[in-house]
Design a protein around this ligand. Structure first.
Ligand code: SAM
Length: 230
């Protein structure tokens, strides 16, 4: 992967960034995504935010190598603190982290989202944490995608401002993905069910304390909930 050729996962994230957006990529190790967006004239300008020094330096190096310093600002900052009101950021991408971490980054500086019209989020795991955050903070899921790359399955969530209430099933599986039910979606949830069933087998062998019984019931309910949809 490089700034010219993104991974399938990041290419999909890029495809949801609106034309001429001012985009901030948070957790921008190497800054491949903002470089790609600017090199292809897809956005007006970009900010690459990184909290760790090593990846921040890699991002600075990549932006310089591509000669994009005029269009991309790289900032060493925690989460949304990489963006200022004067940046007038209209879209944010956060990719390659767990869902709970992405949700906590958004929640921590929620006031910095005022000018932002679209969030494009790619959790590696536990997308449910982002959907719960979205409902709580009045962001609506307008699109979802699921892609498989190198045997790993990734969900991509696209949010815009708006109210929405989601059922427990929709929070876990994704309202759009649930409707589409493509082959990758089925593979992901069949894999999950298999893993949960392994856990259930282990729980059956354990001493049946109140905690173990509760956990077993929760898992059985979750498996049934997912099976209903597949
Ligand atoms: N976004 C790239 C991608 O999808 O390929 C890089 C993903 S990498 C696994 C996650 C990056 O997010 C790391 O470079 C990490 O340092 C950065 N990160 C984690 N927490 C962060 C935070 N609170 N603020 C900014 N960057 C963060």
């Amino acid at each position: 992967m490089n700034a010219q050729k993104l991974s399938k996962r990041l290419e999909k994230v890029a495809s949801f960034v609106p034309q001429n957006a001012i985009v901030a990529d948070i957790g921008s190790d190497h800054a491949y995504l903002p470089c790609y967006l600017v090199l292809n004239n897809l956005v007006t300008s970009a900010i690459a935010g990184e909290v760790v020094k090593g990846p921040y330096e890699s991002a600075c190096h990549e932006v310089q190598k591509e000669g994009l310093q005029e269009k991309i600002t790289v900032r060493l900052a925690d989460g949304l603190q990489a963006i200022e009101q004067d940046d007038h950021v209209t879209a944010i991408t956060i990719a390659g982290m767990g869902g709970p971490l992405i949700a906590s980054i958004l929640e921590k500086d929620v006031d910095r989202l005022i000018s932002v019209k679209r969030l494009i989020l790619q959790p590696n795991i536990h997308a449910v944490a982002i959907r719960e955050w979205a409902v709580r903070r009045n962001w609506k899921i307008i699109e979802e995608e699921i892609v498989k790359e190198d045997d790993k399955i990734y969900e991509i969530l696209v949010l815009e401002k708006g109210e929405e209430s989601l059922s427990e099933q929709q929070l876990l599986l994704g309202p759009v993905l649930m409707q589409q039910q493509n082959a990758v979606f089925k593979e992901k949830w069949n894999r999950e069910i298999q893993q949960w069933q392994h856990v259930l087998t282990a729980l059956e062998k354990a001493e049946q304390t109140d905690d173990i019984i509760k956990k077993t019931q929760e898992l059985q309910q979750r498996i049934e909930m997912v099976k209903e949809v597949l």
